[in-house]
Design a protein around this ligand. Structure first.
Ligand code: MV4
Length: 502
């Protein structure tokens, strides 16, 4: 086995990978920027090396410095975590050229899946369902008009180099196509230096369900089931769970088989995730894209399958065969994960950097917290403000929600704002409890929340009170005014009913 691994990342995922190395008796090397001198991953690692200034492209994205540090420290392999260099094919090529093993797929597989149009083509050729649309970038607005009319509105315009919703536009009808086409291309160019866009028919109220795949260097492919990730805010996942509330053994098997077909088509090795949109109405699924890395939400899969995905990544990268077969994988229990961010939910989720003056992490039955901070640590402005992932499991979804509620009650973070209060509300929400989780969930949740706002109730009550006072006064004046009062009483009645519902 490898003797030493360098972790080219920071925060909770660096800590997660360090723990896997410890489990396997592998020495681990951290790298850090000037902003992270006192970070948890630096404290946890066996060795740690300063690699540069706080901005990511001078440190965690600086491939040459990281490869140089791997060689200097005697690390034989690099684990990239997620983000940063994890999907950078040139970095993989350079590390490999310099004799360092990259713990992840081949650069060719990354390139094939990096382009969204090329990924669509691969899925089509592999007989995997995709949403109807184009398989080439649009040449002109006229072509866009023609294809949109063919597939039928509403449609989505998407950036070929995209992902994460950048450059994406929902187009309701032909009238809106011109401006959407221009803004989509403009946004794509600004974000990816590539203005290629393509068309997909829009799936209405879709669910985002993804399949974890795994493979070794000997052509063994398995899937580890789905993760439901429909609860998103501005294309950022907020809560993930396994199984999906819409899961059936049949749907899991079908999606798993399709995901494996996609992975095989690019000779994938290691941990990967194939994303699908699932129609809420028909339960039909469509390939969206493949992420060629370990994902943030991998713990929910680990909790229900009992498989350590990071350990397995390291084994497979070293050249071991997969340690389990498809038939040996069992899905047991229900897991839910909340991403805890240093953001202010009362102020439009603005980042809330600063010193963590108090930290109490929940513990106990069924609770796992993958964190990247400690009491006294600083949350920096330079990086993603996620401070931990709180995951729980229970025998049923209801039991998992109960444990999540308890764990969220226990969790205390002082000195900075976090998204914990937001999650405490979500776990009490009827739609969440019912498992109605399409991609419009957060929007509808915010509307429900506004309707229940105590300030709003107070405003209604104040209106009722003043209306009552007004009508009382009317009784002492003219009879004409008294007939008016009747209609005021009707209004008051409606308001009282409304208040009562609240
Ligand atoms: C879609 C779609 C509907 N129809 N594609 C958003 C991010 C990117 N990964 C894909 N996205 C979508 N693609 C078609 N053909 C709706 C979305 C979408 C969405 C998807 C998953 C989770 C949240 C979402 C929120 C808005 C839109």
């Amino acid at each position: 086995m490898f003797q030493k691994i360098l972790i080219a990342n920071r925060g909770e995922i660096a800590c997660r990978v360090i723990r896997a190395c410890r489990d396997m008796n592998i020495k681990n090397v951290a790298v850090y920027s000037e902003a992270d001198r006192d970070a948890l991953h630096v404290r946890m690692a066996d060795e740690a090396y300063l690699i540069g200034a706080p901005p990511s492209n001078e440190s965690y994205l600086h491939g040459e410095k990281i490869i140089e540090t791997a060689k200097k420290s005697g690390a034989e392999a690099i684990h990239p975590g997620y983000g940063f260099l994890s999907e950078n094919a040139d970095f993989v090529r350079e590390a490999t050229r310099q004799g360092i093993t990259f713990i992840g797929p081949s650069p060719e597989a990354m390139d094939s899946m990096g382009g969204k149009i090329s990924a669509r083509k691969i899925a089509i050729d592999a007989d995997v369902p995709v949403v109807p649309g184009t398989t080439e970038p649009l040449e002109s607005f006229e072509e866009a008009q023609k294809i949109a009319a063919e597939v039928g509105y509403p449609i989505m315009l998407k950036a070929a180099a995209g992902g994460g919703g950048k450059g994406m536009r929902f187009v309701q009808s032909a009238d809106d196509l011109k401006s959407a086409y221009e803004t989509s291309r403009g946004e794509a160019l600004a974000s990816f230096s590539n203005d290629e866009v393509y068309i997909e028919k829009a799936v209405l109220r879709p669910r985002h369900v993804e399949i974890q795949v795994f493979s070794d260097k000997y052509g063994n492919y398995v899937h580890l089931g789905e993760r439901e990730c429909s609860i998103q805010r501005r294309h950022q996942k907020v809560i993930e769970e396994c199984p999906s509330p819409i899961n059936s053994a049949e749907l899991r098997a079908k999606m798993g088989e399709s995901a494996i077909k996609v992975a095989k088509a690019v000779n994938y090795v290691g941990a990967g995730t194939v994303e699908f949109l699932v129609s809420d109405e028909t339960r039909e699924f469509y390939f969206l894209e493949m992420n060629t890395r370990l994902q943030v939400e991998h713990p929910v899969t680990e909790l229900v399958t009992g498989i350590d995905l990071v350990r397995e990544q390291i084994l497979v990268a070293f050249g071991e065969k997969l340690s389990f077969t498809q038939g040996e994988i069992e899905w047991k229990n229900h897991a839910i994960e909340c991403r805890v961010y240093a953001e202010d939910p009362d102020n439009n989720f603005l980042p809330s950097p600063g010193k963590i003056t108090r930290l109490r992490i929940p513990q106990g039955n069924g609770v796992r917290d993958d964190g990247g901070v400690y009491e006294g640590a600083e949350v920096s402005i330079y990086y993603d403000p996620m401070i931990s992932k709180l995951a729980v499991f229970g025998r049923t979804r209801a039991e998992a929600i109960d444990r999540m509620r308890r764990a969220l009650q226990e969790y205390e973070v002082g000195g900075i704002k976090t998204t914990l209060p937001f999650f405490r509300e979500i776990v009490e929400d009827e739609e969440f409890i019912a498992g109605n989780l399409d991609t419009g969930f957060i929007t509808r949740f915010n509307e429900r929340k506004k309707a229940k706002d105590p300030d709003e109730t107070a405003r209604d009550l104040a209106l009722i009170a003043s209306a009552l006072a007004f009508s009382d006064r009317q009784k002492t004046v003219s009879s004409e005014a008294q007939t008016q009062t009747a209609s005021h009483w009707a209004t008051i009645g409606r308001m009282a009913l409304h208040a009562n519902r609240l």
